[in-house]
Design a protein around this ligand. Structure first.
Ligand SMILES: CC(=O)N[C@H](C=O)[C@@H](O)[C@H](O)[C@H](O)COP(=O)(O)O
Length: 239
């Protein structure tokens, strides 16, 4: 642990406690695509009291680090042929987002197929060898993956991919049960992430033992927020 800078790690993780992490992401096909926009989103999140930002791509991370003083959980979504894992799937993406200034790095820690058939264990070993100071967030989809991530030493585990692998339960709501089971292991901080749409759901996740909550779409994807309003109005819920 010493080589990872224990005091820095502790203050980084402690600073997230019971807080809201806002995921500011827009892919190329989304209306708000662009690093400038994501930096403005992050700035608004900071003004609103977010404790950290989760961001995709080196460009966005750089822009956000310039505009805010918040820690950034960086990731880099890249889809390699034949690979199911797409969140920071290889050492190349780890290097790039590290150089861009990510304070924590989120990786796919599921048992999905990885680029070139590399095992998760080999990938993590390479990260630790090349970048001993890196603080890793393991994005998982099941209890087994989360428990395994705690065993291999992930500094935090996030429920990001629950509902997004072929073998995890599809749900409309956040996977509170997964949060609760992983938190009960008391081995590494658990971030509740995925489909959180309300402050009440945030509280439920924190009560279930989450160290912090990550909210993306409900805050930073206005097209989806609009869609929910429209759907609700069309269903006559406004009457
Ligand atoms: C599955 C996947 O690719 N999740 C991504 C991970 O970084 C993001 O697209 C999500 O927005 C993020 O996890 C936050 O979740 P939600 O937007 O549901 O609050």
């Amino acid at each position: 642990m010493a080589e990872r800078g224990v005091p820095r790690l502790h203050s980084l993780i402690a600073g997230l406690r019971n807080g809201l992490i806002v995921s500011c992401q827009a892919l190329e096909n989304e209306p708000l695509y662009g690093s400038g926009t994501m930096a403005l989103m992050a700035s608004a999140a900071e003004e609103g009291g977010a404790v950290a930002i989760r961001a995709n791509t080196p460009q966005d991370i750089r822009a956000i680090k310039r505009k805010t003083s918040l820690p950034v959980i960086g990731l880099y979504k890249v889809r390699y042929p034949g690979s199911e894992a797409f969140i920071t799937p290889t050492i190349r993406e780890v290097r790039e987002i590290r150089e861009a200034g990510a304070d924590l790095i989120a990786i796919d820690a599921t048992r999905q197929i990885r680029p070139d058939g590399e095992s998760l264990e080999a990938f993590v070993a390479e990260i630790r060898l090349r970048f001993p100071d890196v603080v890793l967030v393991a994005d998982v989809s099941t209890f087994e993956e989360g428990a395994a991530a705690m065993e291999w030493g992930a500094e935090a585990v996030s429920t990001t991919l629950s509902g997004y692998t072929s073998y995890s339960p599809r749900q409309e709501h956040p996977d509170v049960e997964l949060v609760s089971r992983l938190a009960a292991l008391r081995h590494a901080p658990v971030l509740a992430e995925g489909r959180i749409w309300s402050p009440e759901q945030c509280q439920i996740c924190l009560d279930a033992g989450a160290h912090a909550v990550v909210v993306g779409t409900a805050i930073t994807r206005p097209q989806e927020i609009t869609r929910r309003f429209v759907k609700s109005i069309r269903a006559g819920c406004g009457k």
